[in-house]
Design a binder for this molecule. Structure first.
Ligand code: FAD
Length: 375
């Protein structure tokens, strides 16, 4: 496609920043519109598997990601009460070579800050909350809450789980509350009083699970996320506050190694978890979706951000390599839908690493060189 094509990316989250970074390098005329007034260090921990770090290497930010995060020694799955290790995936030089990149734990705010380094500052328009879109035969008009508007040839909706661009493309449909909430806490490791914990452990209960992991190589802070069933989320708020006692009570009977961690957890918050049914319409006219805007998934495989990054790279490749928009969008959907659907399926099942797991198809995948599905 013509490199003068004006591309508007809506949402400077994980997928939007990655898309802007790759499109800018490909020489497109790209602008990124973000509702926030500035980037800030929000959120908690996130894991980045080799399929992601390998992709972000091409933006020149792999070393910065490794410096900001931690390469965990392994991912350990343990049974909730006996503590039996049912699976351990070791991350070492050999696995890094095999997967083609490191596995990282990182604070989401630090990931964001590093991703932002890959995008020229002048192409990011903060305080631009998309209100609606109007498509004509030759362009799309983007209208923002701040009273401004602009025109683009292509609009990429990377505006997350409550996407406005998705509403424009697919109509309004409520999010699906999955019947579970996530309790989260970050606290200084020194509170453990020398009690050593592995870098990343998933404790598997019957109807709940919990993961303590580190987000920095200094291992000075522990992040814990525990997912438990809950019938409904009645509050209008995006999250709520909870007590340490409540958190501990929800994991009553779990192994003492886990309870030692929860006993010193602090500032506990609770978050509803939403997803959507699988959807195979990702584009229409001049508008296309990626990441959570397109396919929000349960966080049980730690793959939502990874899929946003992969979508962004494949979309950028399709726009670069195809001759027109319709062909680019067809190739994008044909390349992505099956892989994302499988990831969504495993996330719903919550089976990733529950026992011996075949990980090569996921971790070894190189989104920058994988063949595009062209009809
Ligand atoms: C508890 C939990 C744990 C998770 N753990 C992991 C993990 O370990 N690994 C992993 O890969 N994934 C994980 N995920 C999933 C991951 O966080 C998401 O899938 C990922 O952030 C999606 O990226 P995105 O770019 O599509 O959306 P986001 O990162 O949400 O970005 C959307 C951006 O759009 C902006 N925006 C929204 N509306 C507008 C608008 N109208 N106009 C302009 N801008 C707008 C937002 O401000 C935001 O900056 C987890 C999710 C949850 C809930």
């Amino acid at each position: 496609m013509d490199k003068k094509t004006r591309i508007a990316v809506v949402g400077a989250g994980i997928g939007g920043l990655t898309a802007a970074g790759f499109l800018q390098r490909a020489g497109f005329n790209v602008m990124l519109y973000e509702q926030a007034r500035a980037f800030s260090r929000l959120g908690a921990g996130i894991t980045l598997s080799a399929n992601v770090t390998k992709a972000l290497r091409r933006l020149g930010i792999e070393d910065a990601l490794v410096a900001a995060g931690i390469k965990p020694r392994s991912y350990v799955s343990r049974t909730w009460d006996t503590g039996e290790i049912v699976y351990e995936l070791v991350f070492d030089a050999q696995s890094e070579t095999r997967f083609g990149g490191p596995y990282l734990g990182i604070h989401r705010g630090d990931l964001h800050a590093v991703l932002a380094q890959a995008v020229r500052r002048e192409i990011v328009a903060f305080d631009h909350r998309l209100a609606h879109l109007e498509e004509t035969r030759s362009a799309v008009r983007l209208i923002f809450d701040n009273g401004r508007s602009t025109e683009a040839d292509v609009v990429i909706g990377a505006d997350g789980i409550r996407s406005k661009v998705r509403e424009y493309l697919l109509g309004t449909e409520p999010l699906r509350f999955i019947g579970a909430v996530a309790y989260r806490s970050i606290f200084p490791t020194k509170r453990l009083n020398g009690f050593a914990i592995p870098d990343c452990t998933k404790w598997w209960g019957r109807d709940r699970h919990i993961l303590p992991y580190f987000m920095r190589s200094t291992r000075d802070e522990v992040y814990v996320i525990g997912v438990v069933p809950q019938r409904a989320w009645e509050s209008q708020d995006a999250s709520g506050q909870a007590s340490r006692e409540e958190f501990i009570g929800l994991f009553d009977g779990f192994h003492p190694d886990l309870l030692r961690v929860l006993e010193v957890a602090d500032d506990v918050t609770v978050w509803p978890i939403f997803d959507r049914e699988r959807n195979d319409k990702w584009s229409g006219g001049r508008v296309v979706l990626l990441g959570d805007a397109c396919h929000p998934m349960r966080p049980f495989m730690g793959a939502g951000g990874a899929m946003a990054v992969e979508d962004a790279v494949i979309l950028s490749r399709c726009l670069s390599e195809c001759t027109d928009l319709a062909e680019a969008f067809r190739a994008y959907e044909a390349t992505r839908i099956a892989r994302v659907a499988e990831t969504q399926r495993i996330s719903v099942e919550n089976s990733w690493m529950a026992g011996p797991t075949e990980t090569d198809w996921y971790y070894c995948y190189d989104v920058c060189t994988a063949p595009l599905a062209r009809s």
